[in-house]
Each structure stands twice: as structure tokens, then as C-alpha cells.
Write a protein that binds this ligand. Structure first.
Ligand code: IPD
Ligand code: CA
Ligand code: CA
Ligand code: CA
Length: 263
């Protein structure tokens, strides 16, 4: 059984490495960019072609699995029964378009809704974060990660999505004020890498399943808490206001929510 997962992991790593080569090559050509729901919600030809490439590879690796992909090339899911792969082909599309940097590819593998393996690939730095319960840890390429220090909110940096702070949703301004400082990286995947590496203690954002599927698996493997902003389990089939935090910072943030404090 363990060997089966090892083998599957090797196949996913190889698929992601090939996908990276293709993306780097396609980035040499001008991008085709379109707006989805609004002018800040972009999709490019590479988001689409990379999702198609990844899903085709997943179907070869695991023919009976179902796949949920952001750009719609997977299956329409109404439950998480069986093996489900959740794919974000380019996370941080705005960064991808404007910076050609600071974006990630992400895959999360679930079995009957239970975490198995997660992958966040920092494409430009060529660092693949891979792990989960089936591998018994998390690795950044060859380097095994240790669990981040359990910092209290006042002791570390917190990642957030800009609009939450601007509109002060869910006491964001009080949370940021109580932390050591706020960072906004523009990619859920890159935010979660900072937490895995112990560089940030948390992240708060409205996220869809493909934004959080991989990170949830990797973070929880290292003891980081992943919940809704009021401490409930995530619904992996819809959008959630997600709170990722060290144990102590989660406790501090849930207390701010409960106290209903404003600055
Ligand atoms: C987005 C990014 C962004 C987050 C958004 C996501 P996408 O993903 O992760 O940082 O704030 O909520 O939708 O659309 O670039 O894959
Ligand atoms: Ca998107
Ligand atoms: Ca995303
Ligand atoms: Ca995306």
C-alpha cells in the first residue's frame, strides 16, 4: 500500500516537472488574457492548456479517479466519494500576467474526502512542495520540512487578501493590528509556502476548493490548523472564508472573532 503511494507520488512529481517545462516554454510567447467575472479575475491560454495537460496526465495515472479543476476541464462534482484530485493549474494568475513570477501549480489528492497527498509547485524558483499523510511528511524538493514553530499572533507575520483588509471583513484590521505585520503575496499557494517554511504564521482569504486543496494537506501534515474563520471544518466543494494559522495564532484569532473587537 505504502509502495503504491510512493509510486503514485513519483508519477505526480514527474507530471508536474513536465508541466513546468511546458509553461516556461509557452511563457516565451505573448499571453492571451481574458477577464472572467471581473477585470481582476483573469484567465490565460496557459491556465487552460496547463489544466488540460495536468488532467490528461492524472487520468493516465489514475483512470478511475474524478478530477475537479478550476478552469472546468475536469468533472462536475457534487460529492467527494472515492479518489478525487483537485487541480489549480496556475495559482496567482494576476502575478503570472503582471510579474511572470510568484505563481504556483497545485494538486490535492483526497480519498472519500480525507487528505492523502498535496503538491504546491513554486514554478519560477523550481521548488516543489510535496507531502501528506501517505508520505509521512512534507518535502521542499529533497529537503524535509520540520513543523513550523507554534507562534502566537503577536509573534509573527500574517498573510491576507487585500479586499478583506480594505473592507475590514471578519475583523481583519484588528487581526492584522494584533500581529507583527501583514503580507499580501497575491497567490494562495505562495502564501501557504511561507507558512510551511515558518516565514508567516497564517493566512486569511476567501478561497475556492482548488485554492486550498493542496495547501490544506501539506499544512495539516505539519500541524498547522486549517478551518473557516469561525473555526469550523472547510466545505471542500464550495467557497470558504479560510483561516490558516499556527495553533496559538488560531486561538488568538478565534478570540478576536468572538470578542467582536474593532480598532
Ligand atoms: C487566486 C489567488 C489569490 C487569491 C484568490 C484566488 P487564481 O487564485 O490565489 O491570491 O486571493 O482568492 O482565486 O485565480 O489566481 O488561481
Ligand atoms: Ca482564477
Ligand atoms: Ca487559485
Ligand atoms: Ca488558478
Amino acid at each position: 500500500m505504502e509502495q503504491e503511494w510512493q509510486q503514485l507520488n513519483e508519477q505526480v512529481v514527474s507530471l508536474l516537472k513536465t508541466a513546468r517545462q511546458q509553461v516556461l516554454q509557452k511563457m516565451q510567447e505573448p499571453l492571451t488574457v481574458a477577464a472572467k467575472s471581473n477585470r481582476k479575475d483573469l484567465v490565460t491560454n496557459i491556465d487552460k492548456s496547463n489544466e488540460q495537460f495536468l488532467i490528461a496526465g492524472i487520468r493516465r495515472i489514475d483512470p478511475t479517479a474524478r478530477v475537479l479543476g478550476e478552469e472546468g476541464f475536469g468533472d462536475a462534482l457534487t460529492d467527494l466519494k472515492g479518489r478525487v484530485w483537485i487541480v489549480d493549474p496556475i495559482d496567482g494568475t494576476m502575478n503570472f500576467v503582471k510579474q511572470h513570477d510568484h505563481f504556483a501549480m497545485m494538486i490535492g489528492i483526497y480519498q472519500d474526502g480525507v487528505s492523502q497527498l498535496g503538491y504546491i509547485y513554486d514554478v519560477m524558483n523550481d521548488i516543489l512542495y510535496a507531502g501528506g499523510p501517505q508520505l509521512g511528511g512534507v518535502w521542499a524538493n529533497e529537503r524535509q520540512l520540520t513543523a513550523p514553530t507554534d507562534l502566537a499572533l503577536s509573534e509573527g507575520l500574517i498573510g491576507a487578501s487585500g479586499p478583506l483588509v480594505i473592507h475590514d471583513i471578519a475583523h481583519m484590521q484588528a487581526i492584522v493590528h494584533a500581529s507583527a505585520g501583514m503580507r499580501v503575496y497575491g497567490s494562495a499557494g505562495i502564501e501557504m509556502i511561507h507558512i510551511l517554511e515558518g516565514k508567516s504564521l497564517g493566512y486569511i482569504s476567501h478561497l475556492k476548493p482548488w485554492d486550498i486543496a493542496a495547501g490544506k494537506i501539506l499544512l495539516e501534515t505539519l500541524g498547522v490548523q486549517v478551518s473557516t474563520i469561525d473555526g469550523r471544518p472547510l466545505d471542500m466543494l464550495s467557497s470558504n472564508l479560510v483561516l490558516v494559522a499556527t495553533k496559538k495564532a488560531q486561538r488568538d484569532i478565534l478570540q478576536i472573532e468572538e470578542d467582536d473587537v474593532s480598532l
